[in-house]
Design a protein around this ligand. Structure first.
Ligand SMILES: [Zn+2]
Length: 394
């Protein structure tokens, strides 16, 4: 006897190569999927029955790259830029990422939890069941820990936390990047790991952030602590970030607009997922497309995420990510949906438990009022999600 069965449903299981199941059933028991298949093969019983009325069920969407926890916003800079101010002028006037750092340092853990929980509602409404949340607006020990504690307290979605102490150089370390990396490796990361606040470690490897050598130091420390790594790689220039990530068997390399063929080949060998972030590409009006064809040719799994953050991607809509990935990056709707389910799960190391509709996995389901799964990527600004079932509710 199963706890519940979703009947009269079409199923996009998102298992690699598996066709959709028309008129299918998904059964759930103790927060796990206990049966998936066509109605004709169903011989069991369930205590509760949910009639989906011909709608579609997909795995709950997974947003594998966000900076959801921060204080304040940067709408004022958005206005200034539209009046002609350059990024440098804004930064010199105290704006940019460091303005978010100042606001976040002044916020209490409860303040951060309150604003972030409010932001998170949008993901729930649009069928998401898992979200990754990075630190990186504290850039000091106490604030980084506070951000991660606030992220751990978020409810309604399963949350994976990523330590991003090497996000930017804080003002008080200007000209002393090596000293700051010492602080990250010797003090902040170990403290966060000791408090069990860290599921993965990320860094921003870029000319305007940290060098490949500094990134390597952070990754070496992460691995010594037994933590998997991810990387903001090759967004603005090719520093070989994709290859560096692959070298450290990273779960994912993210952005990748300028990634070389050599990096992509190394990522394939290492099993590193490519996470593409069309929201940042759109908001920054970037021109350099990520190397989609090369990723396809090498068979690197492509995941998608909002990259929600106050500066370069104030995007709170997983569904809009699907549309942007198709319109801006020319992904197919099927690739886009795989990017926020199966491949996003891999980018978080959750492929054994999340990302597809399969017996034994977590019962994270989204039910949609659509005629075909492609409609999820096709519609702009619509939200056909009618129900979410998530193991995070238990
Ligand atoms: Zn990011």
């Amino acid at each position: 006897m199963h706890d519940a069965a979703f009947v009269n449903a079409n199923l996009a299981t998102m298992r690699e190569g598996a066709p959709p199941i028309k008129d299918g059933i998904v059964a759930v028991t103790s927060n796990r999927i206990s049966w998936v298949g066509p109605r004709g093969e169903w011989k069991d019983k369930a205590r509760d029955e949910h009639d989906v009325r011909g709608g579609w069920i997909t795995p709950g969407l997974i947003d594998c790259h966000t900076h959801l926890v921060y204080a304040g916003n940067r709408a004022h800079e958005f206005e200034l830029r539209l009046k002609g101010a350059t990024y440098e002028e804004i930064a010199r006037a105290g704006g940019g990422i460091l303005s978010t750092v100042r606001a976040t340092r002044q916020a209490t853990e409860d303040d951060l939890l309150l604003v972030s929980q409010k932001r998170l509602a949008r993901w729930r409404e649009e069928g998401a069941t898992v979200i990754e949340v990075k630190s990186g607006y504290g850039l000091d020990r106490d604030t980084e820990l506070r951000m991660l504690r606030a992220a751990r307290r978020l409810s309604g979605l399963s949350v994976k936390t990523t330590f991003l102490g090497a996000h930017a150089l804080p003002e008080e370390y200007k000209g002393r990047a090596e000293d700051y990396i010492d602080l990250v490796c010797d003090e902040v990361l170990p403290a966060a790991a000791k408090e069990k606040l860290v599921d993965a470690v990320d860094a921003f490897c870029e000319r305007i952030a940290f060098t490949p050598e500094q990134t390597r130091r952070v990754f070496t420390k992460a691995r010594a602590l037994g933590l998997p790594v991810k990387l903001h790689a090759d967004q603005l220039s090719d520093l070989g970030g994709g290859a560096l990530a692959a070298d450290h068997r990273a779960l994912s390399a993210d952005h990748l607009e300028h990634a070389s063929e050599a990096s992509i080949s190394a990522m394939k060998k290492a099993g590193t997922v490519a996470v593409l972030l069309p929201g940042a590409f759109y908001f920054l009006r970037e021109k350099q497309l990520p190397p989609i064809e090369a990723l396809r040719r090498h068979g690197v799994p492509i995941a998608l995420a909002t990259d929600h953050n106050p500066g370069t991607s104030p995007l709170s809509s997983p569904l809009l990510v699907l549309n942007m990935a198709c319109t801006l990056f020319r992904l197919t709707p099927e690739e886009a949906l795989a990017g926020m389910t199966r491949n996003a799960a891999r980018a978080l190391g959750l492929q054994a438990t999340h990302g597809t509709l399969e017996a034994g996995k977590q019962a994270d389901l989204a039910v949609w009022d659509i005629g075909t799964p492609a409609e999820l990527a096709y519609a702009v600004g619509a939200n056909p999600c009618i129900k979410v079932s998530s193991s995070a509710f238990s």
